[in-house]
Design a protein around this ligand. Structure first.
Ligand code: NDP
Ligand code: MG
Length: 394
């Protein structure tokens, strides 16, 4: 087999770690072109010494000298700042993992998309932020977008069982997070430590908090809509605490095709890495006899208003999902910093969306700059609303 060149954006993160682990398993098949991180210079340098990429970059511009020092004697080129991350994405790798967290991942992902690369997309915020414009750019450039998010990867696999006209709906599952069975009043007061205790998945901090609020599932509903050109009515969420079934597609004949797997991100990432073929995944196999029971329940849109707001913003369109994502990023950071209660995350997102709707400056997104401008405005609005949301007890 030919050697594939690989770039990993967000190599030092949780998805990055799983990706590097798979690359480590088949060194004869892959050559690493570029690796990026944000501020974890030592972690990035360690990966660079192991995988010997042509270029490494950190987003934090103040860490260039530290990165240079850490790479002394390796001959590996390096850079710092947003432009260096974009430079890494623009280098000619066949396959790019887009696993930066947050809307900061948009421009780097677009740099890979624009040169027609195969892009494994973990960074859901960039799709939610840039809407169908992102998919249009990919189509124009002939880029292949492979969903790395487990639910969307499952849908991608199940969708090949039928044609678009035969599709009735897709279903993405949600573990329900650590507060699945909690009363609303307890969710309101949940602490950071409680929010970070995810029952099934080990992930980065931002997405773990999003899983607890079910904002993650909201982002994923929007992600599914843009990725597969589905209307909100064609996307259902089903709570499935075991996280074994990741996604299902219902067709007109009432066949429902599902993808199953252990809750291990290396499985969907391996699917993206091997596509259109299959490669070896993690060694542990799914043992359903041992698991015994798979259960399903309807999501609760009242205890988890973030999920309702996602559907609302998708129906509104014209930048509303950009606002939803930006406000949530501000809210999660404020919650992690101890400035607001857990329950206030959704209230801040709702208040920011209401403010944006009243302001009346909604227009279709036609460029990355449009999306970034709305994102910046929404962050400003959310930051402005923060003190009043923080003060108001529910
Ligand atoms: P992590 O927080 O673990 O890692 C994020 C990565 O992005 C790190 O390499 C980090 O660098 C880098 N980074 C952070 N901020 C910036 C920035 N401003 N510019 C450039 N790079 C930056 O996140 P995860 O790996 O958990 O998640 C990554 C993405 O994948 C998210 O969009 C998430 O929603 C999505 N995802 C994650 C899943 C998971 O299981 N973890 C599952 C499905 C989707 P540094 O280490 O230096 O801070
Ligand atoms: Mg997911």
């Amino acid at each position: 087999a030919e050697v594939r060149s690989i770039t990993v954006l967000g190599a030092t993160g949780s998805i990055g770690e799983s990706t590097m682990d798979l690359l480590r398993g088949a060194p004869e098949r892959y050559r690493v072109e570029a690796l990026t991180g944000n501020s974890n210079v030592q972690g990035l340098a360690k990966l660079a010494r192991e995988f010997k990429p042509g270029f490494v970059a950190v987003a934090d511009p103040a860490r260039l000298n530290e990165l240079r020092d850490a790479l002394v004697g390796t001959g590996i080129a390096c850079g710092a700042g947003e432009s260096a991350i974009i430079e890494a994405a623009a280098r000619p790798a066949d396959w790019v993992m887009a696993a930066v967290s947050g809307a900061a991942g948009l421009k780097p992902a677009l740099a890979a998309v624009d040169r027609g690369a195969t892009v494994a997309l973990a960074n859901k915020e960039c799709l939610v932020c840039a809407g169908d414009f992102f998919m249009q750019r990919a189509a124009q450039a002939g880029a292949c977008i492979l969903p790395a998010d487990s639910e969307h990867n499952a849908l991608f696999q199940a969708l090949s069982s039928g044609n678009r006209e035969e599709l009735v709906r897709v279903i993405i599952t949600a573990s329900g997070g650590p507060f699945r069975t909690w009363a609303a009043a307890d969710i309101e007061q949940a602490t950071l430590a409680q929010a970070l205790k995810h029952p099934n998945w080990s992930m980065g901090q931002k997405i773990t908090i999003d899983s607890a609020s079910m904002m993650n599932k909201g982002l994923e509903v929007i992600e599914a809509s843009y990725l597969f050109a589905l209307s909100p009515d064609e996307i259902d969420v089903l709570v499935h605490p075991q996280s074994i079934v990741h996604g299902m597609v219902e067709f007109s004949d009432r066949s429902v095709v599902a993808q199953l797997g252990a809750p291990d991100m290396r499985i969907p990432i391996a699917h993206c890495l091997g596509w259109p073929d299959r490669i070896a995944g993690p060694s542990a196999r799914l043992d359903l006899a041992k698991i015994g029971t798979l259960t399903f329940e309807a999501p609760d849109f009242v205890r988890f208003p973030g999920l309702r707001l996602a559907y609302d913003s998708l129906r509104t369109g014209r930048g509303a999902t950009t606002v939803y994502n930006a406000a949530n990023e501000v809210a999660v950071a404020a919650f992690a910093a101890g400035q607001i209660r857990f329950g206030a995350i959704a209230r801040l997102v709702e208040a920011t969306l209401e403010h944006w709707t009243r302001s009346g400056n909604q227009a279709p997104l036609t460029s990355a700059d449009d999306a970034i401008a709305i994102d910046h405005d929404a962050r400003k609005t959310a930051a402005g609303l923060l003190p009043q949301i923080a003060a108001k007890a529910s």
